[in-house]
Design a protein around this ligand. Structure first.
Ligand SMILES: [Zn+2]
Length: 456
């Protein structure tokens, strides 16, 4: 994919495009293979979404979470210890439970499974605030059906240290289902799965790319698991990756319990990426609308890329890469997507060529590469390219993700800026000076007009 160009010997300044494509066939990504498609259809046909316990004719019962009872139409914050301890730090984490007045599904939304991933932590925190939960707002418990559980930070020590892992070096999202007597992280996994995830009908786990990468906002779910398929589509986003999830991940274990689950990925680690936050909130509210937890219609994207495969574009030389693409960039086969330079050999460079037409769902933001370092994660596009092109930003050639535009709901209160000007009304009142200059009858007409103009 890379081609060394020595400016001195070749005599040209412009590196050439690669003329010969690799013969290796790429997996078609925006088309689920026929066998998998049949598997998904069969699963969906066999599944019934009807749940008599969500029937609106009956009243809502008390909701139970971690030994606490929450009355219908109320919101409660519960301190949820992630570890069972008598001594030492139990790593308490706040869970906001919003319990509606009518029966309906229970949906759990989690952030901060990886301590350095801020987007989910910001999203769950914002959703817990009165701008969302107050009277007449989208998550007003008086107006809601079912129950929403918000857990912004499932790895508090990771957040404190800005680390992905728990202090024992383990990745919580690879330790599920965990065990009561296992490693520290395994015990946290056990408790989270049994106390927080269990008892939910749906789980939305919010993530970003790992450090050094930037993810196009996207959803990952097992499309052959009907409740997961349902929430993935309801999210209202363009890119859905069909996968069961890594071994030990929370969503994979949740699926085994029959819980409709998805992972949202948007932005990168250590950043509160505003666009990724906005798209996540848009998606979460869409899911709640679609499940009739909150009123309104879920917004749908113009198209969906249901992907069953992807390809990593790698650097073939070492050095520093100047990447011409970013998350959501749409590229053609043979397009130069970046240039590698080596400061020790500044006269040389190597181009990185896109192996196929496609959409970058992730790009590197760490410029240091060795041969084999991935610089981008590409969904090869073989169909629907006309539709996809319509969804691109004309200037940047990047996909405009649904929900990224428009006024963020939670900033409404802060839209109008108040600028205060100190002082006193001259003469004792707003119009005092006008009155002092009250003219004689000869100028009467003119002043009446002024008065009107300045009236409060
Ligand atoms: Zn993550």
């Amino acid at each position: 994919m890379a081609k060394m160009v020595d400016e001195k010997s070749s005599g040209t300044k412009k590196p050439k495009k690669a003329s010969s494509k690799k013969s290796k066939t790429l997996k078609v990504s925006n088309q689920i293979p026929a066998k998998r498609r049949r598997e998904i259809e069969k699963a969906l046909d066999a599944h019934s979404h009807s749940r008599p316990e969500w029937d609106r004719l009956t009243g809502a019962k008390q909701h139970r979470f971690f030994g606490k009872r929450i009355k219908p139409g109320t919101l409660r914050r519960v301190d949820f210890p992630l570890l069972e301890t008598k001594l030492g730090d139990p790593w308490s984490t706040p869970v906001t439970v919003i319990h509606g007045t009518r029966p309906g599904p229970t949906i759990t939304i989690t952030g901060g499974v990886h301590g350095d991933e801020m987007v989910g932590q910001v999203v769950c925190s914002l959703l817990s605030q009165s701008v969302f939960t107050g009277p007449g707002r989208p998550l007003d418990p008086e107006l809601m059906a079912g129950t929403v559980r918000l857990a912004p930070v499932l790895n508090p020590p990771g957040l404190a240290r800005q680390r992905r892992y728990f202090p024992d070096g383990r990745d919580l999202n690879r330790e599920f289902p965990g065990s009561e007597s296992g490693s520290t992280t395994g015990r946290v996994a056990f408790r989270v799965l049994n106390e927080l995830v269990n008892g939910s009908d749906f789980l939305l786990d919010l993530h970003t790319a790992a450090s050094g990468r930037d993810n196009l906002p996207q959803v990952r779910a097992n499309l052959a698991h009907p409740p997961s398929n349902r929430v993935a589509r309801a999210f209202g986003i363009e890119v859905i990756l069909d996968s069961r999830g890594p071994k030990g991940s929370m969503r994979r274990e949740a699926q085994k319990l029959g819980i409709g689950s998805l992972t949202y990925e948007g932005g990168g680690a250590n950043l509160a990426d505003h666009e990724a936050v906005q798209i996540a909130i848009h998606g979460v509210l869409n899911v709640m609308r679609s499940l009739h937890i909150i009123p309104g219609h879920a917004a749908r994207p113009k198209f969906r890329l249901l992907a069953s495969g992807s390809t990593w574009v790698r650097a073939d030389e070492g050095g520093l890469v100047d990447l011409f693409v970013g998350r959501g960039s749409y590229v053609e086969a043979g397009e130069v997507i970046g240039r590698i330079v080596d400061p020790q050999r500044p006269h040389e460079s190597a181009d990185i060529i896109s192996p196929s037409r496609g959409l970058f769902i992730c790009t590197a933001n760490n410029p240091i590469v060795s041969p084999g370092t991935p610089v981008g994660h590409l969904l090869p596009i073989t169909r629907g390219s006309r539709l996809i092109r319509k969804g691109l930003d004309k200037k940047t050639n990047r996909l405009i993700v649904s929900g990224s535009k428009g006024e963020p709901v939670w900033r409404e209160e802060f839209e109008v800026e108040d600028i205060s000007i100190d002082g006193e009304w001259s003469g004792g009142g707003v119009d005092a000076e006008w009155q002092r200059d009250w003219p004689e009858s000869s100028e009467r007409e003119h002043v009446e007009a002024s008065e009107e103009e300045d009236a409060d």
